[in-house]
Design a protein around this ligand. Structure first.
Ligand code: ADP
Ligand code: MG
Length: 692
């Protein structure tokens, strides 16, 4: 349970004075629904009110604080705003108010009195004005005005005044918390206490105070990263603590399959297999990531891990994120496992009725050795006789919880997670902590690099003509339709329109595949394409993940400028899998933004997924990595990995030592660290602490 000291921070923002339901909604969209969310909403700029010139010297466009004498009020009428004429010895200043209430303004700015006003100077035909001054104060109240005021990111309908007040209110509720930092680390960096750091971040005194590497900002960023790493370490430890099993087969099946393979394993594949089988042979639970670029040959590696488990009498489940992929794995594996006596099944959302029942029975009585499937495998009534290994392909589509659910279907189940997302090291760390990782670098031999070209969409006619020539020579072509952010419907419309246009020209050579199609339709389209009766496959991005048709050698991507780098790379990975030369045509619409231009250039220049991922991170800027939600990489509120990546490594080491010294977080520091976990809403990790 969340410690009492944090209760006030987790109250809704409506508990702040001046925040009603309407404002709360805006704050929620901007920062979050709770008071703590406002604490994390750091200023991005400042207003400096220290400049106090005479009216005559006040420059247009600048924020000035002026001491003026009120001369007269001019009521507004019709569309004319209310005006208050003021002066000092050097000149005149008009204060302008829209929708003004006269009696209020007469009290605020009594005629003949001296007042301090602060706001942005506007100059129109020699006349100086301030519209709605930020402050109007009596001389005696001057001290109540902040000289330097933080400026927060805003959203339509929310003023700086309102959010500033809400944040000050939140800060007032922030308690002093017991220190969770390692003393020497804190001292070495000269970091302030949490409470002080927070206050300072919200009361910047100069632009320098907004830099990510100030002591206060760094401290808060470190807190966030430490919470992240500690939570991951706790979850992982809990997983490892679960009883595992030694899985170490004799190799008889693997020997037979190697003979069946139409190729030799690469050294990269062999060493990944060795790492995995060594890990499986230990008593603990394996939780290992197999990372390899598209086309690097992960499937065979997973197969060998599976065979190892089957040799010891266990069952294996292979999870794919989509129906298509599950079918494809099933086909591939059926081929590779021919004549081995291994029984193989498939279970997806499509399998119902008697077929499903039969598969389930075979799983339960152990006659099925290996099952390939989708989310359907998670269902409660899917029971295994002796599940030993779970392989999850394309990890990023599944959550941590789901992984566990599947592993709970057996005792001591090992987990191998495969991902083609070339996540940069730093990000990998934030998503998985120090998860064991095997990497498949490079590609199987005999691959020709893909020739990637960019071409403007006013030359689409030429593209179609060249495709016409290519299919005459037996080429197979993917035609990827433009991506419309957030709109599957328009994506689909685009794909259907392109399909119709190409069909007019090429007739039955063309097939269409998209996410809304029913399973059997998808299979049929896919198999007509892969078996050769159709040679052009028009697709939405459903083909992004995993589809393997080695004969496909051309890919056209329409509106390539709309795709992210990582996505383009994944798509392109569908070709260049066979031994023929492949071409990728990135068709773009002008004008290109600078970022889009840089992306397309990168695609032309390299096909190294890791390089592309690093560049992607750079182009998108720290923190805002598109599709991160999908990849399980957390969005940090305070840490910015382009500035704080070093801290991440320190936090990782810190978390490790913490759990070695104080495994149950019982010491004084341990207690404080629990509070830290709650503060960053890692309640789930604390729960593991208790159950573990
Ligand atoms: P991914 O890592 O993207 O899942 P796959 O496992 O689908 O890659 O493999 C891509 C292609 O490479 C497949 O057609 C597979 O048969 C082939 N392949 C895998 N390993 C080798 C190898 N050692 N030599 C030649 N081809 C291989
Ligand atoms: Mg794959």
């Amino acid at each position: 349970m969340r410690p009492q000291i944090l209760f006030s921070l987790f109250a809704p923002v409506t508990s702040l004075t001046g925040v009603g339901p309407r404002i709360a909604k805006l704050i929620e969209n901007l920062a979050g629904p709770k008071i703590v969310d406002l604490l994390w909403h750091l200023p991005r700029e400042i207003v400096d009110r220290s400049f106090s010139p005479a009216i005559g010297d006040a420059p247009n466009g600048r924020v000035c604080t002026l001491t003026i004498k009120v001369e007269k009020h001019e009521k507004g009428y019709a569309r004319k705003p209310y005006r208050v004429r003021c002066r000092d010895d050097s000149g005149f200043l008009t204060l302008i108010f829209f929708h003004a209430k006269e009696d209020y303004l007469l009290r605020l700015l009594p005629i003949g009195e001296t007042r301090i006003v602060s706001g942005t100077i506007e100059e129109f035909s020699g006349e100086k004005q301030i519209t709605h001054p930020d402050y109007v104060l009596k001389l005696d109240d001057k001290e109540t005005m902040p000289v330097i005021e933080p400026v927060y990111p805003l959203t339509a309908g929310l003023t700086l005044k309102t959010i500033g007040k809400a944040i000050r209110g939140s800060l007032a509720k922030a308690p002093e918390l017991k220190e969770w930092l390692d003393k020497p680390l804190k001292k070495q960096n000269n970091w302030p206490n949490w409470h002080e750091a927070l206050q300072r971040c919200h009361t910047p005194e100069s632009l320098d105070d907004l830099e990510p590497l100030t002591r206060s900002r760094t401290r808060l960023a470190y807190d966030e990263l430490l919470a992240n790493q500690l939570a991951l370490a706790l979850i992982r430890r809990a997983l490892r603590k679960l009883p595992g099993s030694k899985i170490s087969g004799k190799g008889q099946l693997r020997g037979r399959v190697i003979e069946n393979l139409p190729f030799q394993l690469t050294t990269a594949q062999e060493s990944a297999i060795t790492e995995i089988t060594n890990d499986m042979a230990t008593n603990g639970r394996m939780l290992r990531l197999l990372q390899g670029d598209v086309g690097s040959g992960k499937t065979v590696v997973a197969l060998f891990a599976a065979l190892n488990a089957i040799e010891t009498g266990g069952q294996v489940a292979i999870m794919a994120p989509t129906e298509i992929l599950a079918r494809q794995h099933f086909e591939t594996l059926s081929q590779l496992l021919k004549d081995t006596g291994i029984t193989l099944g498939i279970l997806t959302g499509r399998d119902r009725g008697a077929g499903r029942k039969k598969t389930m029975n075979a799983l339960e009585d152990g006659t099925l050795n290996l099952i390939v499937g989708t989310h359907a495998l998670f269902q409660k009534d899917v029971i295994f006789s002796n599940l030993l290994l779970v392989v999850i392909d394309e990890q990023h589509r599944f959550g941590v919880h789901q992984r566990l659910t599947l592993a709970e279907k057996g005792r001591g189940v090992d987990t191998l997670v495969m991902t083609a997302t070339p996540i940069p090291r730093t990000l990998l760390l934030t998503a998985y902590g120090d998860l064991d990782c095997s990497r498949l670098l490079g590609k199987p031999p005999g691959r020709e690099p893909v020739d990637t070209r960019t071409i403007s969409n006013d030359r689409l006619g030429e593209v179609v003509a060249s495709i016409g020539r290519a299919i005459k020579t037996g080429a197979k072509i993917y035609w990827v339709c433009p991506l419309v952010e957030e709109s599957e419907t328009i994506d689909l419309a685009n794909a259907e329109a392109r399909f119709a246009a190409l069909k007019k020209q090429f007739g039955d050579e063309v097939e269409l595949i998209h996410g809304r199609m029913k399973g059997p339709e998808k299979d049929a389209a896919m198999s007509r394409f892969s078996s050769g009766t159709a040679n052009i496959l028009v697709a939405t991005t459903v083909i992004e993940v995993g589809v393997d048709v080695p004969e496909a050698s051309i890919m056209v991507i329409e509106h390539a400028e709309r795709f992210g780098l990582a996505q383009l790379h994944q798509l392109r990975g569908r070709i260049g899998r066979g031994d023929q030369r492949s071409t990728c045509l990135l068709v773009y619409a002008s004008p290109l933004t600078e970022t889009a231009r840089a992306r397309l250039k990168m695609m032309r220049e390299t096909d190294d997924g890791f390089l592309i991922a690093e560049e992607d991170l750079r182009l998108r800027g720290g923190g805002e990595i598109l599709g991160t939600r999908q990849s399980g990489i957390p969005d940090f509120r305070l840490a910015d990995l382009s500035s704080h990546a070093d801290l991440l490594t320190i936090a990782q080491g810190d978390a490790k030592i913490i759990l070695e010294m104080d495994p149950e977080l019982k010491s004084e520091r341990g207690e404080a660290l629990r509070t830290l976990l709650y503060l960053f809403e890692r309640d789930e990790a604390v729960a593991y602490l208790r159950s573990g």
